[in-house]
Design a protein around this ligand. Structure first.
Ligand code: NCD
Length: 325
C-alpha cells in the first residue's frame, strides 16, 4: 500500500488485518510500557496535516495517531497563511511539503485532488505516502475504515458485519462517508444495505452502478420508521449543505429522517446507532446514553484505526503485531 486514496482500494483480507492490528494497538497503548513502545516506532519520522476544509475529529484523531507512534506533526489549516496566497500552485505546495515530511494527510473540498497529488509525487524523487482525509463530497476512506471497525467490534459476538442489515440515512447524495462506507460493505457476504433519504438526497448514479456491478442487493426507502425494527445498524448523517448552490437544502423536508428518543422503542435491543459526527438535529442528544448509541466509541476508534493505517503505510505494523508485553 503506497497511499490511502479511496475505499475501493481495500479488499477483505486488508480489512481483517487492519481490524486485528487496530485492536492490538488499542490494547498495547493501555499500559505505559506498551505506549512507550508504540511511541518509539516512528520517532524518526514527520507528518504534515494539510486540512483546508473544516475538521475537528478527523484532524485531532490523525494528529493523535501520529503522536501515538512518536511522529511529529506539522499543520496547515488555512491556505491563506501559505504561499498559495502568493500564487503558488497546489502542486508546488504539495511538493514543498514532501521535502520536509514523510507522510501527507490531506483534506480538501476538491474531488480527486488527493489522487492528482499522489500521481504528481510518484514522478518525483520524494514519493511519500498521501492519506485522503476527506475529498469534497466524493470520498472519506479512513472514516469508512473506522466505521467498519466499529461495526465489527459491535457485532463481535454475533458473527461480525456479515449478514447484517445496515441502514444508511440522510444526505446520501453528498455524504462522502456514505459513499466510502458503502464500497466497503460489499466485502461482507449477505449484508443487506438500506438507503433512507429524502428523494432529493438519494445516492448518486455511480454508486448505484457500483452496487449493481458488485451484485450487492440494496433497497431505498422513504419510511425510515417502518424499517427500523429490522435493522442491525442505523448510520445517521447530517445534511451536507456546504455543497448547496442556492440554499436548496432548506426547502427539503428532512424531518422523517431524524432519529428521536421515541424511536429507540422500534429498534432491536442488539442494534447499534452510528454517526460520523458532527451531528445536528438528525440525532437526538437524548439517545446518547442508550447503550445502542455507539458514535462516541466510533469517534475514539477512529484514532486507533488511523494509527494502524499509518503504521502500515510506514512499515512498522509487523513489529506491532509481534510485540508482547
Ligand atoms: C464527516 C465528514 O467530514 O465528511 N465528518 C467526519 O470526518 N467525521 C461527516 C460530516 O461532516 O457530516
Amino acid at each position: 500500500m503506497k497511499n490511502v486514496l479511496r475505499a475501493s482500494q481495500f479488499d477483505r483480507p486488508f480489512l481483517n488485518h487492519l481490524c486485528d492490528l487496530t485492536t492490538k494497538i488499542r490494547k498495547t497503548d493501555k499500559t505505559k510500557e506498551g505506549s512507550l513502545f508504540l511511541q518509539s516506532l516512528l520517532k524518526h519520522k514527520r507528518a504534515m496535516l494539510y486540512f483546508t476544509q473544516p475538521s475537528t475529529r478527523t484532524y485531532l484523531s490523525f494528529q493523535s495517531a501520529c503522536y501515538i507512534l512518536g511522529m511529529a506533526a506539522s499543520e496547515i489549516r488555512d491556505p491563506s497563511t501559505s504561499s498559495e496566497r502568493k500564487g503558488e500552485s497546489i502542486e508546488d505546495s504539495l511538493r514543498t511539503f514532501s521535502s520536509y515530511v514523510d507522510l501527507i494527510i490531506m483534506r480538501s473540498p476538491v474531488k480527486g485532488l488527493c489522487d492528482k497529488m499522489a500521481d504528481l509525487l510518484a514522478t518525483t524523487h520524494r514519493q511519500i505516502p498521501i492519506i485522503n482525509a476527506g475529498s469534497g463530497p466524493d470520498e472519506h476512506p479512513t472514516q469508512a475504515l473506522l466505521d467498519i471497525y466499529t461495526l465489527e467490534r459491535s457485532f463481535k459476538h454475533s458473527g461480525g458485519v456479515e449478514g447484517k442489515t445496515i441502514c444508511l440515512v440522510g444526505d446520501l447524495k453528498r455524504g462522502r462517508t456514505i459513499r466510502s462506507l458503502t464500497q466497503l460493505l460489499v466485502h461482507y457476504p449477505k449484508v443487506k444495505i438500506i438507503f433512507s433519504s429524502p428523494e432529493q438526497f438519494r445516492i448518486e448514479e455511480d454508486l448505484r452502478r457500483f452496487l449493481k456491478d458488485r451484485k450487492q442487493d440494496f433497497t431505498e426507502v422513504q419510511d425510515l420508521k417502518k424499517i427500523l425494527p429490522e435493522v442491525d445498524a442505523v448510520y445517521m448523517t447530517r445534511v451536507q449543505d456546504e455543497y448547496d448552490q442556492q440554499q436548496e437544502s432548506r426547502s427539503i423536508d428532512t424531518a422523517p429522517f431524524k432519529l428521536i428518543h421515541d424511536d429507540l422503542k422500534l429498534l432491536k435491543s442488539t442494534a447499534v446507532i452510528l454517526h460520523p459526527l458532527p451531528r445536528r438535529d438528525e440525532l437526538d442528544v437524548k439517545i446518547d446514553n442508550d447503550e445502542r448509541a455507539r458514535y462516541w466509541h466510533q469517534e475514539r476508534n477512529g484514532m486507533w484505526v488511523r494509527t494502524a493505517l499509518i503504521s502500515m503505510l510506514l512499515g512498522v505494523d509487523q513489529e506491532i503485531s509481534r510485540w508482547e508485553a
